[in-house]
Every structure is written in C-alpha cells, then in structure tokens.
Design a protein around this ligand. Structure first.
Ligand SMILES: [Zn+2]
Length: 325
C-alpha cells in the first residue's frame, strides 16, 4: 500500500445515526410485521438521504471534507487553486506557465492513469512548486459505487503512480465528480488521505462561455476559498480554444487585485501534519524558477513534492467579500 500513515476512522454522526435508524426499523418490523410498508418506507427514506449525501460533493455528512482552507489568522490572505483531471500535455504546461508568471502555487488533482502516461509532466508540476494529489486511478464514472476494498484498490493504484513519478505519495484525495458513498471515508483513513472538495467551481468542463465560468469562480471570492478548475477535460469556447486560455489569466489578475496568495492545500495542513513541519510562510523563497530553465541539482528539493516556493511578496490590502458560497 502506497500511502502516508493511516489515520483513525471515526464513524461520522450521520452514518452512526443511519445505522441506528436501520436497527430501529428492523426491530419495529420484527415486532409489528403488519406495518411493513411504514418500516420499509422509513428505511428507504434513510437510504435516500445517504445517497443524497454522496451525490452532494461539498457535504461532510459522510466524513471530513475540505470545502475551504482551515482558517489560520497568522497566514496572509490566501486561496487554493486546484486543477483536476490532468496531467494533460496540451494544457498543463500552459497552466504552469501562467502560475509561474503570477507567482502562485496550486494543487493538481491528477488521474493515476494519466500520470503513468505522462510521468515527466507530473514531475514538472512538482518541480515548479505545486502539489500533485490523488484524483483516482481511472476516473471511472462508477467510482462512487465501490466498497471499501474497491476504493482502496483504485485510490492506492493512483498513489503508487504518483509516488513513482513524483517521489512522494499524495495526502489529499478528490473523488471523480465529487461523488462517493459512506465506504469512501474508511478507505481514505486506511490510506492516510484527506478528502478535499471545493468552495466554488465554474463547471469549466461543460460551460463554453469563459465569462460565466469566471463569474462563478469569483462571485463572493474570499480568503480561504478553494477554487476548482480543470487542466484535463477542459471545455472549448466558441472559437475552439480551451476556456482556460481566457479564464485563467483573468482569474489570476483578479486574485492579484484582491491581494490573495495562491497556496497548495498541503501548506494549509497543521504543521505537525506536513512532512517537513514548516508553515506555508516558512517555505524557502530562494531558488526561484521562471520560464523553463531547470534549476540546478543543488536547488532541487530531496523531497520532490515539497519543492521550494516562489515569493509572493507583500500582498496589498485584500478587498474581500464576506459572502461565502
Ligand atoms: Zn475529475
């Protein structure tokens, strides 16, 4: 198994309640079989609620789920840009160059199969100061119907692919389309992974109007938001160009205007959960990389997934909305 240390699994209150509800209904059924439609209906209603929680990507009813960065008053106002479904040779290098130019770090939720196809690109993401995290091995539409063993098998295959390419196993997982069931959390606990959703997204895999995507991503934008974009499966605009070509530069400019730094999800972990124990503000800011010139070997981190960061400078006063999605 390729993972960080396993973590304890705590049965979420909603799941605990559902188990109790099922037991109660079963006991009622045994005691009063004639009322079976009532017992059956009650169980079905609970099953419906469980399914609904699994279909709601930002729900935390089935276990802990990062929908925003954990608050940290000592951190400069920051957001987390996340890019799903890569690495993609057609779009990921463009995203990396844009992030370089803006001086932001980001998190890439990569598909294991694609990492095996493009290991050098996955390595390049990390080398340029970003994080590669786990977005399943195959991104299969039926992912959410798995049991614990199926989840572990699928997610661990991607852990292995990313560790082989980047030299470090991910610490976060994002479910394909955000869909899951109650068996995912025990699987993630066994693999030592945290589930990450998002604060807002622009549906950039299906929406062809860049202005609408940008609006959805920035309406009520605030510090600690997690934004979801895609460097794989990206929709194309009316001119046949990936929508990200228009959306990303405009979004990065908006973040700069608001004085929001871009940090990786792992930089928002508690210090004792980071491999090197550093805070995001403590990360070395020398060995800056711009353009495509490789850094010298002595500037390269021994931990490929904890590459040195670029400087963010002193951000101007943020103009933040108090509205959260
Ligand atoms: Zn995806």
């Amino acid at each position: 198994m390729t993972s960080s240390a396993s973590r304890a699994y705590r049965l979420p209150a909603f799941v605990r309640g559902s188990i109790g509800w099922h037991a109660l209904m079963a006991a009622g059924w045994a005691a009063a079989p004639a009322a079976w439609p009532w017992w059956l209906g009650s169980i079905a209603a609970n099953q419906l609620a469980i399914t609904g929680a699994g279909l709601w990507p930002r729900s935390d009813w089935l276990g802990p789920n990062w929908r925003r960065l954990p608050p940290d008053a000592s951190r400069a106002p920051s957001i987390a840009l996340t890019f799903d479904d890569g690495p993609d040779p057609a779009l990921t290098p463009y995203v990396l160059d844009q992030l370089d130019a803006a001086g932001l770090r980001a998190t890439f939720f990569c598909i294991g199969r694609r990492v095996r196809e493009h290991p050098a690109l996955a390595r390049e993401i990390v080398r340029r100061g970003h994080a590669v995290e786990n977005h399943s091995d195959r991104h299969h539409p039926a992912f959410a119907t798995s049991g614990v063993r199926g989840f572990v098998r699928e997610i661990d295959a991607a852990q292995q692919a990313i560790a082989d390419a980047c030299g470090h196993a991910p610490r976060f997982f994002r479910a394909p389309a955000g869909l899951r069931n109650p068996m995912l959390e025990p699987a993630l606990a066994r693999l030592g992974l945290r589930l990450a959703a998002w604060t807002r997204r622009g549906f950039d895999t299906i929406e062809r109007d860049p202005a609408r995507i940008l609006r959805a991503l920035t309406r009520g934008l605030a510090a600690d938001d997690i934004l979801l974009l895609h460097d794989g499966h990206c929709a194309r605009d009316a001119h046949g160009q990936p929508v990200l070509h228009t959306v990303l530069p405009a979004l990065l400019a908006r973040l700069g205007d608001a004085g929001l730094r871009g940090i990786r999800l792992d930089e928002a972990l508690p210090a004792d959960a980071r491999p090197d124990g550093t805070r995001s503000d403590d990360i070395r800011t020398d060995n800056i990389r711009t353009g495509d010139t490789p850094r010298s070997d002595d500037a390269r981190s021994t931990d490929a997934c904890a590459a040195p960061a670029r400087p963010d400078g002193d951000p101007p006063s943020p103009h933040l909305s108090s509205h959260h999605e």
